[in-house]
Every structure is written in structure tokens, then in C-alpha cells.
Design a binder for this molecule. Sequence first.
Ligand code: NAX
Length: 329
Amino acid sequence: MATTITLTGAGGQIGYALLFRIAAGDLFGPEEHVRLRLLEIPQGLKGAEGAALELQDAAFPLLDDVEVTDDAAVGFSGANHALLVGARPRGPGMERADLLAANAGIFGPQGAAIAASAANDVRVSVVGNPANTNALIASASADGVPSDRFSALTRLDENRARAQLAATLGAPVADIRRVPIWGNHSASQFPDIAHATVDGRPVAAELAERVGDVRTWLADTFIPRVATRGAEIIEVRGSSSVASAASATIDHVRDWARGTDDWTSAAIVSRGEYGVPEGLVCSFPVRSVDGHWQVVEGLDVDDWSRARIDASVAELSDERDAVRALGML
Ligand code: NAX
């Protein structure tokens, strides 16, 4: 039996990078066949159709079927995984409320379509920004689908944080573990090194030997570098992060489906953990066990970290209030 994966925004940049990784078996390994549904808006259909032609030409042995559509009922039909990448970008002169409203108009109906036509075991991964609040809207609109089936991507932020630590410490990135992202996928996010290890040793102690005062380095260098890495990529590359975003999406969906042997980061619906208001879609340190994200509980959070988490959570609350004020929640 093939796994059905629906990708929205399939005619866009991240979609183009993601499709070939999925079809090559990077999500579920070399044994599992996949069926792809590419959901676009009418203006994006040609891009998705072109990608579908190339997928055919790549002759991937694991790819059973590709369907391109602009009808959400068809696009989400039987989906085991829905990857919501397509979103409305901020246009010139657009206020934050306009952006939230435009995306609520996308993610609300998509949540409803998922509830109506996806498979019973559907898992929804939101990439399109503002990702946390888009996931909240989709979940709120998906009657009958448990809210723990929705999560938003903060894995790119975590991967960036681990890579920065590896470069600073001169260590292989695979040796850097336990660097969770807290809060919103935005500039307010908090990449947390309090419990991080390098080859099993505490990162904080190793950093002290290299950067001097660790708190100063975190506040002035590390956190801003991670939080604004997207802007740095745009400046250097002339275009936004694409392949790294697709790669992080693969990491996120694979770990959700297959489980983790350690912590990672995902934005999930809060049940009040660490004082985060219930119902917000907030990034936490998580494990994936039996197809479910579980918050890593019981961590000591000092005042310095708490203030940063609270600031990002306050931003999430503001976004939820703004969507509520528009009557869209
Ligand atoms: P592109 O503009 O290249 O592609 C977006 C595609 O989505 C377009 O083809 C468009 O036609 C389609 N689309 C728009 N509305 C749709 C709808 N209602 N249904 C189906 N398709 C729809 O953007 P791209 O570079 O691919 O980025 C996609 C999204 O990822 C953006 O919102 C971007 O901000 C977000 N990102 C999120 C990241 C994260 O870590 N959470 C990191 C990377 C990226 O910035």
C-alpha cells in the first residue's frame, strides 16, 4: 500500500525541491511507495504540472501516481500526510492583520477539506507562513480531526541553530543534540542551548572556552543569527531559503511518522505545557513516539530563558487575538 502525500504550493519553489526528495524515498525509506497529490491555485497549476512531468521523467521506482489539481476535495482525498506549503506572502503595503486574514482564508477551507476527505490517520505539517497561526486556523477548521494531528515547521530553525553551534565549536553537526526552538517561527523565536550537548558534553561549557561570556554571545550573536538567517539567505542568494526548507520539512515529517531517538522541535497545539496558553500552536522541545509528538516535560527553565519564551508566546497570543478579531476563529 502506498502512502498518499498531499502537497499544497506544489508549483512553488519549496514544492519543487520537496517533490523530488519525497519521490526518491527520503521520507519513508526505500521500501515504501508514495502517491502524490499536488494542490495549487489556478495560477500555480502550470508550475505543478511541469513538476509532475519531470517527476515522470525521473522514473522514480517508489512513485506510484501523481495527480495535479486546484480542487481541495480532490487534493486531500485519502491523504495520510498533508504538507501545507502554499501560502499568501506579504505584499507591498500589507499590514499584519491583512496577512493573517488572507492566510486564514486559505488555511480555514483547507482544514475543512482535510476533515472531509483525508485519511483517518492524516497528519498535517504546516510550512507556509505565518506557520504557527496557519496551523492553528487549519486545526480549528478541521472538525473531527484531533488537534494533535497538526504541527508547524520549526525544524529549519533548529537545523540552523545546530549548524551554527557546530561551526562555532568546530564539531560535526551530528554531534550537536538537544537544541530546541521555543515559540513562534518568527524573529521572536528562542533557540535554546541550555540542555544542548556536543558529543555528550554540555555545549555551554565548551562555548565558554571559545566565545567568552556565553550569555552575551547568545543574545548578541547566536540568537539573532539563527532568527534572521532567512533574511541573510535572501541577501546572499537573492532569493529565499528553498532546499534547506525542503530538507527540514523532510526531517519533520519523517520524524513524526517514524519516531525520534532524541529531542527535536515542532510547533504543536499547547496543552498548557510550560505555562504556554492552551490551544496556541507553539514550538516546544518534543519527541516523536508512535506517530505522536510529545513535549519533553520537566526541563528547568531559568528566568533569562523564560523571558524569551514568554516574548515569543505573547506574539503567538497576539496573532490568535488578531485572527479572532477578524471572526476567523
Ligand atoms: P513560492 O511563492 O515559490 O510558492 C508558493 C506556492 O503556493 C505558489 O506556487 C502558489 O501558487 C501556491 N499557493 C498559494 N496559495 C495556495 C493555496 N491556497 N493552495 C495551494 N497552493 C497555493 O513560495 P516558497 O518559497 O515555496 O515558500 C512557501 C511558503 O513557505 C511561504 O509561505 C514561506 O514563507 C514559507 N516558509 C516557511 C519556512 C518555515 O520554516 N516554516 C521556511 C521557508 C519558507 O520561508
